[in-house]
Ligand binder design. Structure first.
Ligand code: BES
Ligand code: ZN
Length: 478
């Protein structure tokens, strides 16, 4: 218990050294601590750090402090909570030697809202284990994966293998709202945060036995279309037929944004879409992909989308244009004969290299106005955006990481892409002129952003050891 008390403030590695206790090997250390690791992760998951909701700002801050304390507890020398105009950024620094390469670990401690809460089998912020899965909002996106890094670092520092890289950690609280303040922070602190590689676990893997390196992400632009009609709701009998119904007008606009082959009708939308390379096609074909399984996983009657492309191509290599939300008129139970005065749609576009978010949103806005019928007023609001990213896989870090992952998982990693976005990845590469290495642990169907999000606990355990080994393996590629 003496030891346990000191862990809270210093990390077991230091305790071992001070008390002249022989350092355990990595596997033994992780096996000995894994149940404590899981308990800690549950504490992390209990904090509802929902970044989009201003009423949760206090919880977000509390979560930042939790992370900073745990960096320290993992044996990392310095940790700090840094204020921004939005949610705080947590910074960690651990210096091994002047000559060692530096790896910057990035992750996020904020989460998406949990609603609709009634669809959760157990409450979103009361972590619960069922069938080897840990259910909670943030369990896999991204608190669980951040925690795996913290525990991998702790294990490496507390066991008899040395840490061959300097570490910097940037754990932010605004990823789920577009990393609004992180870009400026990186720019301002470029020297302090200088690094040779950026290491990120905020993506997925194909199956529990197939580790994956993500080599591309889609970008995003997120918009809201508002259509205004009559000054107030009207009796749909008295006035119906005499005024333009904004809900109908919105439907016309949305319908016009896609053609019947499933392509966006925004002029120039596909002009800068980079075609797949031979290597990418070969990587894709090799994956154990079955569209019927995908259909079952998502529980749809059929898959669909742009004509002429496979589902993986449509998710990873093609841009999209999708309604994310719709609101207008009477939506309660029963009926009400009313002509709404306004209608709203949230529309997002996932972008691929080399589409430019600013250009796309400009052209989109023009197209929406073009499609708007006479008799209504249309406004387009722009929310967050982010650039797509693709890795240069010829950098030696990919080979080094592949070898280290193969050792941990017993299988060589697959190179995959993801359809999701992490807007800051391209910014990291630009600011630090360093490669980003994305190795994620979310399994298919793990319900990121949805009810009943889960983390596979055997992947959690295996991933911690693989990451701890990777810190060593990466040094060879830097
Ligand atoms: N972890 C995800 C990114 C991701 C999604 C990776 C799906 C792999 C598969 C990340 O937290 C996320 O959700 N990002 C947002 C960014 C947006 C809010 C700017 C996204 O993709 O919607
Ligand atoms: Zn997310």
């Amino acid at each position: 218990d003496g030891i346990r008390d000191s862990v809270a403030s210093r990390g077991l590695g230091d305790v071992y050294k001070r008390q002249n206790i022989r350092m355990p090997d990595l596997t033994a250390y992780i096996d000995g601590q894994i149940s404590r690791f899981q308990k800690e992760l549950c504490d992390f998951l209990r904090i509802p750090s929902i970044s989009t909701n201003p009423s949760h700002a206090g919880e977000v801050r509390k979560c930042a402090e939790w992370v900073a304390n745990h960096l320290h507890a993992a044996g990392i020398e310095k940790s700090e909570v840094i204020e921004t105009d939005g949610h705080p950024i947590v910074l960690g620094e651990h210096r091994i030697s002047e000559d060692a390469p530096t790896v910057l670990v990035y992750g996020h401690y904020d989460v998406q809202p949990s609603e609709p809460d009634d669809l959760w089998t157990s409450p979103p912020f009361e972590p619960t284990v069922r069938d080897g899965r840990l259910f909670a909002r943030g369990s896999v996106d991204d608190k669980g994966q951040v925690h795996m890094h913290l525990k991998a670092i702790e294990a490496r520092l507390a066991s008899n293998v040395d840490m061959p890289v300097n570490l910097k950690l940037v754990i932010e609280g605004e990823e789920e709202v577009g990393s609004k303040h992180l870009g400026a922070f990186l720019d301002k602190n470029a020297e302090r945060l200088a690094c040779d590689a950026v290491f990120i676990s905020d993506t997925g893997m194909f199956s529990p036995d197939l580790p994956c390196i993500t080599t591309g992400l889609r970008g995003i632009v997120y918009t809201e279309i508002n259509v205004y009609g009559p000054a107030s709701d009207l009796h749909s009998g008295s006035y119906g037929g005499a005024v333009v119904n904004p809900a109908n007008a919105l439907a016309t606009i949305l319908d016009g944004l896609k053609d019947d082959r499933g392509q966006a009708t925004v002029p120039g939308y596909y002009d800068s879409v980079r075609p797949m390379t031979e290597r990418e096609r070969a990587d894709l074909i090799r994956l154990p992909m079955d569209e019927e399984t995908l259909r079952e996983t998502v529980g749809a009657v059929a898959l669909g989308g742009e004509e002429g492309f496979s589902a993986l191509e449509r998710m990873w290599y093609r841009p999209t244009l999708d309604v994310n939300g719709l609101l207008s008129g009477f939506t309660d139970e029963g009926s009400k004969t009313v002509l709404p005065s306004q209608a709203m749609a949230k529309v997002s576009m996932r972008l691929v290299p080399d589409q430019d978010p600013d250009q796309v949103v400009e052209a989109f806005e023009k197209r929406v106005h073009e499609l708007a019928p006479e008799g209504v007023t249309v406004e387009v609001k722009r929310f967050h955006g982010g650039a797509p990213w693709v890795a240069d896989t010829t950098h030696p870090i990919f080979d080094a990481a592949s070898k280290a992952l193969e050792r941990g998982f017993g299988a060589p990693p697959a190179f995959i892409r993801e359809g999701g976005s992490i807007p800051i990845v391209q910014v990291f590469e630009d600011v630090f002129d360093a490669p980003a290495l994305l190795i994620g642990f979310a399994l298919p169907g793990s319900n990121m952003h949805a009810p009943n999000e889960w983390l596979d606990l055997s992947v959690y355990r295996k991933g911690i050891e693989a990451l701890a080994n990777l810190y060593g393996g990466l040094a060879a590629g830097l």
